[in-house]
Design a binder for this molecule. Structure first.
Ligand code: GDP
Length: 359
């Protein structure tokens, strides 16, 4: 439709890539996500991040304004959607059509601590799912002697360190390169990577000082541009498809489902199908809810209502009869053949039962 393609005449409409954060416990997944979520609140720029249900969207304008180096000149990606819950469990249980829901991932590794069992597990999971990812070498501020330059790019901050610190960062980075090689990955510090299809990028970052965050986001945008364009194109229009994050009882609404929409559009009044403990059920969307912006926090209702939501997005769906819905289930807008939709959900649920459960 004309309305939907107005923003870019020659660029196709591309949906927001979905990003998940993995890595060993205590290596800084939560802190990194918190920092990314807070990044544009600090800058106060136009195009601030938006809080979704279960996810956070950082628009491309915000990422570009942070000043990371880019080797990639065209940007038709609207931004990045980060799943708020980090970890392997979240990555493996959130599925989309039998594959991973996340299009991209960040594997966090503490630069002072190096590889740990869950770091290796994360790599194996991502390799299995063929998910492109970047390594965030976190806690760079803990390198002995590091001088912090809050929110600066890694390269800018790195250039101002003394030689001893520079050598230490290089040594620690090459230890990570070595560990990755042991597991079959060719890697380099991000600024030395020429071909992101062949070489895994390592970005030293600090969640505490914000150093390197701009570079990390820019590498993700580069990966998305490079690998995802085809699969992300045209995924904004058409009937919505999503994955149920959680089933939640809400005061005045009854049972609701928190959904990550990865494809198409969902609207109030749409007929949807979703798996429940009694089998696939169909129901009609009563309302679509999103968190209120912080500045409106005094309004009593926690949620704002939308008529329609397009992928990728996190949204709370209110509809009759959702109380027995199973978390992890696909949720689909029925557009035409109801039986086909029901069967595809049954098929996907069977797949999940067979192939999931990494624990
Ligand atoms: P998670 O278990 O992977 O989610 O790790 P957390 O984000 O909870 O971090 C574990 C600990 O490391 C906490 O005490 C954090 O404050 C600390 N931490 C995380 N990131 C950084 C960082 O960039 N620099 C420093 N100095 N500490 C960090």
């Amino acid at each position: 439709s004309d309305k939907k393609s107005q923003s870019s005449s020659d660029n196709p409409k591309i949906r927001t890539p979905i990003v998940c954060v993995l890595g060993h416990v205590d290596h800084g997944k939560t802190s990194l996500l918190d920092r990314i979520r807070g990044s544009s609140v600090v800058s106060g720029e136009a195009g601030a991040i938006t809080q979704h249900i279960g996810a956070t969207v950082v628009p491309i304008e915000t990422i570009l304004a942070m000043g990371g180096v880019n080797k990639n000149l065209k940007f038709n990606i609207p931004g990045l959607l980060f799943i708020d819950t980090p970890g392997h469990h979240s990555f493996t249980t959130l599925r989309a059509r039998g594959g991973a829901l996340a299009d991209l991932a960040i594997v966090v590794v503490d630069i002072t601590d190096g590889f740990k069992p869950q770091t290796i597990e994360a790599l194996q999971i991502l390799r299995g799912c063929k998910t492109p990812f970047v390594m965030a070498a976190t806690k760079v501020d803990r390198i002995s002697g590091w001088r912090s330059f809050p929110s600066e790019t890694f390269l800018s901050s790195f250039a101002k360190q003394n030689q001893r610190v520079i050598d230490l960062v290089e040594k620690k980075t090459y230890e990570i390169v070595g560990s990755l090689a042991e597991h079959g990955f060719s890697s380099e510090r991000f600024d030395r990577v020429d071909d992101f299809a062949r070489t895994l990028a390592i970005v030293p970052v600090s969640a505490h000082t914000g150093e390197g965050i701009a570079d990390l986001l820019m590498v993700l945008i580069g990966l998305a541009q490079r690998y995802m364009e085809e699969s992300l194109t045209l995924a904004v229009d058409g009937p919505g498809s999503g994955t149920v994050l959680e089933v939640k009882e809400e005061k005045g609404l009854g049972a609701t489902i928190d959904v990550i929409l990865f494809d198409g559009t969902i609207s109030v009044g749409d007929e949807i199908a979703v798996a429940s403990s009694t089998g696939v059920i169909t129901t009609k969307v009563r309302s679509l809810l999103q968190p209120r912006p912080l500045k409106e926090i005094l309004i009593e209702d926690r949620f704002s209502r939308a008529k329609s939501v397009a992928a990728a997005a996190g949204v709370k769906v209110s509809a009759p009869g959702l109380d027995q819905v199973i978390a992890g289930s696909p949720v689909k807008v029925i557009d035409g053949n109801e039986n086909e939709v029901r069967e595809s959900i049954e098929r996907e649920m069977t797949e999940i039962n067979v192939t999931l459960s990494p624990e």
